[in-house]
Structures are given as C-alpha cells and as structure tokens.
Write a protein that binds this ligand. Sequence first.
Ligand code: C2O
Ligand code: CU
Ligand code: CU
Length: 497
Amino acid sequence: MTYDMKRDALLNRRQALLLGGTAAAGLAVGGLTRFAQAAPVIPLPLPRLIEARNSEPVTLTMQTARHAFDAGSAVATMGISADYLGPVVRVRTGETFAFRVENKLKEETTLHWHGLLVPSEVDGGPHNTIAPGGVWTPELSIKQPAATTWFHPHPHGNTAPQIYGGLAGMMIVSDGGDAERGLPHSYGLDDLPLVLQDKRFARNGELSYRPDMMDIMHGFQGDTLIVNGAIRPLAKVPAGFVRLRLLNTANARTFDLAFSDGRSFFVIAGDGGYLAEPVEVKRLLIAVAERYEILVNFADGRAVDLVTGPNPDEGMMMGMRNSRSGGRETFMRFEPAPDLSSQVTRRPRQLAVLDQPDPSIAATRRRFTLDGMMGMGMGGRGRGTGMSHMMGINGRSYAMDRIDFTARLGTSEIWEVFAPDMAHPFHVHGARFRVLSNDGRKPLATQSGWKDVVRVVDRAELLVYFENPAPVKMPLMYHCHILEHEDNGMMGQFAVA
Ligand code: C2O
Ligand code: CU
Ligand code: CU
C-alpha cells in the first residue's frame, strides 16, 4: 500500500514536471517532437569553479549527500565537496598544486586523476587507497597541454557504485592561451562544463544501482538522461559561439550526440587537448570517460536541444530489452538570450600543432584482447554480483598483486587492442596515445589528437607514450571504462621504469 502510494506520488511528480513544464515556460509546442514538448524547467546546474592556487591546497571532500535531480525532492547521492558530482577544478600547466582529498564515506575509496600525466604515486589508482575518515595529500605537477580531464574514485571492484552515486568531477588544464586562440573561455557564460550521465530511478525516487547479469555483460544503462545532475535542464547562452566541455561519466552508455535541428558544430579538442583545427560534424559519438570540447554557434537566436540517439554499443539482447530507446532522447535545451553578450562570433582556424604519429619509433608491440566472457565465475568475490573474474584481458582477470608487464620510461609502444564481442572504451592511466587505426580505418578527424580513452571497434592500434614513472609497488592501470567490465576484471596493470 505504502509502496503504491509512493509510486503514484512519483508518477504525479514526473507528470507535473512533464506537463506543467511546458505551460510554465510558455513555449509554443506546435510542430515540436514528443520529447521537445516536455520543456525543461531546471536551469543547468553550474558546478562551482575552484581556481587552484600554489599557496593553499585544493580540498576535495568525498561524502554522502542528498540531491534533487529535478523539481522533486532530494534523494540519497554522493558528491565531492558538493551534493552530487564535484566542483570544476582549474589548474595551470607548468605549475604544481597541492590537494587535500578527504574520505568522509563509510567505505574505502581512492581519487584518480583521469587524463592527468602524472607519476603513479600521485595518480589515485586502486593501490592508492584512502581509508574511511582518512585524508590523502598528493602534489600534482601539471606538465601537459591544455585539456579537459576529470577525477573519480577507483577502488578495486567498487568503482561503478561510487561513480554511479555521484563521485566524479571535471578538471580543466589551462595554458592561458584561449583568448589568443579566439576561443570562448568565460566559465559559466560561453564556456560550459556538461557532465553527461544516464540513471535508473527506483519507484520511490531513489537512485537505483542493482546490476543483473545482463547489465554486467553489456554495461549498466539508465532510462533517464541527466546533465550536471539535472534532468533535462535549460541553459541560457549568448547568441554567438559557445564552448561545451563534454564529459561522458555514464557507467556504460556511448552517447550519439547531435542537435535537434540537425545543425553542425565544431569539435576543437579531445581527451588530451586541442585538435590541429576545428572539425565540423553533425553527430558525435562520445564513449564512457571520453571528453570532447565543441563550439556551437547560437547566432541564429533559436532554442535547440542537445539530443542522443540509441546506444550503438548495446548488444542485441539489450536492444530487445530497451526497445523503448529506438529514437532520440533529449539531454537538455539551449536558449540564446539577447542580454548575454557574446564574446566570440568567429570560428577560430588553427588551434595546435600536432605531429603525425610515427609508428617506427615504437620500442615494442603488445596485444590486448578484451574478454567479455571468460566463463561463468559465479561465486567469486565480486560485490553482490558473484561474477568477479568473469571478465579479463588476454584471458586473465585483474589481480592487485600481479604486474602484467613493464614499459620503459621515455619510450613509446604500439598497442593492438582487440574487442571481439562488442565495442569497449579502452583507457590507459598516466600515459597518452595517438590512434593509428580503428576498425580497419585511419582514425576519425575528431580522434586525431592526443587521447587516453578510445572506443575500440573490433581492433585498434594505438601509439602509447610513457612519460611518467610507475614503480612495481604502485602500477598504472589499463582497462575497459565500462564500469561493470572494469569492476569485474577487464583491467590490467603495468610498471614504467
Ligand atoms: Cu577513468 Cu582507470 O579511469
Ligand atoms: Cu584513468
Ligand atoms: Cu568493456
């Protein structure tokens, strides 16, 4: 009885949001799609910007909290110095910053700087644990080009529930050169962070994370899209070029991004920094953990939605189960506002100088096969899933006490990555790479720059550069970034010496 009442209350709440929102925003609905009719009512949440300084440490507190994803009531979440997700931390290249990471959770965690090129000792991998109530104080020397990176927990076997709960934040590595490049760079005005996720909500409105066997095999997907922790928010933007820093921190889903009116936009940067020049596209696939910076021109003054197509990577079974997701779904809406002054009205030309990657410099070649199903390891030590050790790389599940190989500091290697069963987003810690080929082709122009995650389709060849040391006691990770795959063993570790 109580249960049904709760469910009805929730349905009413959602209905009120869907139906009432349109009237409240006073939008004309004639001719709009079904999704577009549900006008967003929540302003896009803007994470607090922490400008890191050399004089005092940046404090990041990992905590449980409560957060409202829509106009309804707050539910249990986790956050980093926030009630959901974290602040955006901006650091400058060429400088060193102290951090103070506090674990106020009731469980062990770590904080990994995904995309930072730093020595393993300060990288926050599974070996770098912070006990409940503990504090970790790494110093980060930033030695890489300007880029959008991020940070998230990485505890062995328990990364998925912590990121799903809300522990993730964006980091901006800045080189101070954006005005010169002619790029938008006013945070919160024409330079917006967009953290993209999908969630499942239980009937009582709480976040629900209970992966079953299928969720583990294909990765856990939600039924509700959120941006910066809000369902279908609205951003008012200047009527000119706006820069969007896209970060996919879903557990598993690849988003197939586009704008509802089919307008083209310009990709200016990937995981590791700027592309040589803007690349014009109408669609952009963003796999888990990837980042892209894009420029969108709102000069026509028209409102438009950011939408995604169905996950191209869901297996056939998943497709059957989620037959609802055949069409486009709306992430959020942009509304150009005449009172916001636009600072950039011209598209920049050259952004960076990128050399062609030269495979002949590779010291060696390694092969990695991502094994989605090594056999039924039921009753393993996975948390709640009983499926630990079901997945692996080259036939072996991740083991904390096994170093899979050692790379030589200052060299590069060709990594050949095979994804026989489905596309997997493959990621390397503390190193960066260039894509030589993927799915039998040269990389897309949008993937021609420095990267640390790549959605491997069938087979990819990467030229990986090892510029940071990693002793055997504190190795670096390489893994599939579908969190259920990673937690269930599709990960390995290497030393760099
Ligand atoms: Cu996003 Cu092992 O990292
Ligand atoms: Cu990482
Ligand atoms: Cu995977």
